[in-house]
Design a protein around this ligand. Structure first.
Ligand code: ATP
Ligand code: MG
Length: 552
């Protein structure tokens, strides 16, 4: 696969320096998702960054489930995450669950208490918040801060045994209540939660906090470069403090980069979960979702995602990327791979009145002249065909070169036809168009007698396969807003349009996830979830740039 992130970035420069100076002998990175939802394209960015970085320096990357929060995590998410990482094209070196390190983390916490670097606090969460101070004022020390190590050790052990209720006590690091960095003001490192954990069951009722657990997880695995997003920048001193005071042998380095943000896209598992739970979408893998599962079902390719992430690059400051840039990379990749076929998504019947009733011509047409390996197929041509309703206008504006009464157009790969009559029902709806064809004008015959300005696609009515066509618009109308209410208000009510169309008969053998270019309409993917033996469903992946534009 093409690897676009080989271009230089600031993280790579750090790695190069670290190898040169002998700080680290090899590069070990990790992707550490919390299994509390499906992965989204922001995670894809992190996966690609971590795996490609290690790859480039002949290092390794682990997949680690950061499952230290018992209440929100689920094995369904674990399985989906593994599938998504593999689909992106990566193989992890080791697979770990942070919950397997609970015993070791507990022991390190005990070490901190013994060293006088941690204490059990009886203050409530609310009191602790009140004591914390602000950016301009130092915090206040807890009255329990100076209790003896023995007493804290005893209480911590009893917390583990389940003698206290949720919230009754916490373990805090003893650092500095006056630190200008609020995360260094005696952060909570263990809390009580009487909850069943998806991996450890009821073995534990105390759980380490992220800021304490994460550096330990990295150090235990020998991670050298712990790459995370910018919001963890303030936690870096605590990360380093934990590694040092817990006397970890390996000393990983935390490096922050800007998270990926996309226009018209919500990128938070919490919000995505809300869309699923409120049935605003058809599950986590709905083709409108920015989840990896959704993008896959829509028809995006791993290569397109990797090229896109490479182009976005790795930055130190926040930005929002236009989601059309992603579509660009999808088109660029599909253009190199897909057969071009004819599909009519909004059909009108056309009868070619001077074409013999029982005649069928088979036209041999290559799937894609730029990709000869794809071969060719036969397209039947007959007296009755379907064209797209967008390709016909009863009263066209100037410069409309597609079908209208009295105008001649080329049927792609077939003949020139001229529309003579519109047949309507009693309500005035168009039932069919009657045309005549000119047998001299067959495509490939070398006919040069006259030219037409419009070429349109079609399928033979008798031979075409009915297909359900799903067209998508962005799920989110505006840019993401942190306000809960306005996020749901930004959901686009017209993000899905379902049409009953027809595709050429060669697509009978199409399998779920097969991708095609429908000439003039865009790229389409065979939907893996709703396609059945009897009904083929196509998701439009992206339109062609020029789709539905009035030809000049
Ligand atoms: P979310 O806020 O969307 O729920 P998260 O950061 O809580 O995501 P985690 O499972 O904790 O999700 O993330 C796993 C890894 O993916 C972390 O290293 C995190 O920094 C990274 N990550 C998450 N979102 C993005 C993003 N938008 N861009 C880049 N990396 C991301
Ligand atoms: Mg998280």
């Amino acid at each position: 696969m093409e690897n676009k992130t080989t271009s230089s970035n600031f993280i790579k420069n750090i790695v190069i320096e670290d190898l040169k100076s002998g700080n680290y002998k090899e590069i070990i990175t990790r992707f550490p998702p919390e299994p509390n939802g499906y992965l989204h394209i922001g995670h894809a960015k992190s996966i690609i960054l971590n795996f490609e970085l290690a790859d480039e320096f002949k290092g390794k990357t682990n997949l680690r489930f950061d499952d230290t929060n018992p209440t929100k995590e689920d094995i369904e998410y674990v399985e989906s995450i593994k599938e998504d990482v593999k689909w992106l094209g990566f193989d992890w070196e080791e697979l770990h669950f942070a919950s397997n390190y609970f015993e070791e983390m507990y022991n390190r916490a005990v070490l901190l208490i013994k060293k006088g670097k941690a204490y059990v606090d009886d203050l409530s969460a609310e009191q602790i918040r009140e004591h914390r101070g602000t950016l301009t004022e130092p915090g206040k020390e807890s009255p329990f801060r100076n209790r003896s190590a023995e007493e804290s050790l005893d209480l911590f052990e009893r917390m583990r045994k389940g003698e206290f209720k949720d919230g009754e006590k916490v373990l805090r690091a003893k650092i500095d209540m006056a630190s200008p960095n609020i995360s260094m003001r005696d952060p909570i490192i263990y809390r009580i939660a009487h909850a069943t954990h998806h991996n450890t069951g009821d073995k534990w009722c105390i759980y380490p906090m992220y800021a304490f657990a994460h550096p330990l997880e990295d150090a235990i695995e020998g991670i050298t470069h712990s790459i995370c997003t910018l919001e963890f920048e303030d936690l870096r001193p605590l990360y380093d403090w934990t590694i040092k005071e817990c006397e970890m042998e390996n000393k990983p380095k935390q490096i922050e980069f800007a998270r990926l943000n996309l226009t018209n896209t919500v990128m938070s598992k919490r919000k995505l979960k809300q869309l699923v739970e409120e049935n605003l979408v058809d599950g986590w893998d709905d083709p409108r979702m920015p989840t990896i599962a959704g993008l896959r079902r829509r028809g995006y390719t791993p290569e397109a995602l990797r090229n896109f992430c490479g182009e976005v690059g790795v930055a130190k400051s926040q930005s929002i990327v236009d989601s059309q840039m992603l579509d660009h990379f999808v088109r660029e990749d599909l253009e190199k791979k897909t057969p071009k076929v004819m599909g009519v998504i909004n059909p009108i019947k056309v009868v070619i009145t001077n074409y013999p009733e029982d005649q069928v011509e088979m036209l041999d047409v290559p799937y894609n002249v730029d990709i000869p390996e794809l071969g060719s197929r036969q397209i039947p041509f007959s007296r009755e065909i379907y064209i797209d309703s967008e390709d016909f206008m009863e009263n066209p504006p100037k410069k409309y070169f597609r079908m209208f009464p009295g105008n001649e157009v080329r049927l792609k790969e077939a003949y020139f036809v001229k529309c003579n009559e519109i047949v309507k029902d009693e309500k005035g709806n168009i039932v069919e168009l009657q045309c005549t064809y000119d047998p001299e004008t067959k495509s490939g015959s070398g006919f040069t007698g006259r030219k037409v300005k419009g070429t349109i696609h079609w399928v033979s009515a008798k031979h075409a396969i009915p297909a359900e066509i799903r067209l998508y618009e962005p799920l989110i109308l505006d840019e993401e807003d942190d306000n809960e209410k306005s996020f749901l208000e930004q959901v686009n009510p017209d993000s899905l349009q379902v049409l009953n169309g027809f595709v050429e008969p060669a697509l009978k053998s199409a399998k779920p996830q097969d991708k095609f270019q429908f000439i003039r309409q865009g790229y389409f993917n065979v939907d893996p979830k709703n396609t059945t033996e009897d009904k083929i469903v196509f998701n439009r992946i992206v339109p062609l740039k020029s789709s539905f534009r009035i030809e000049k």
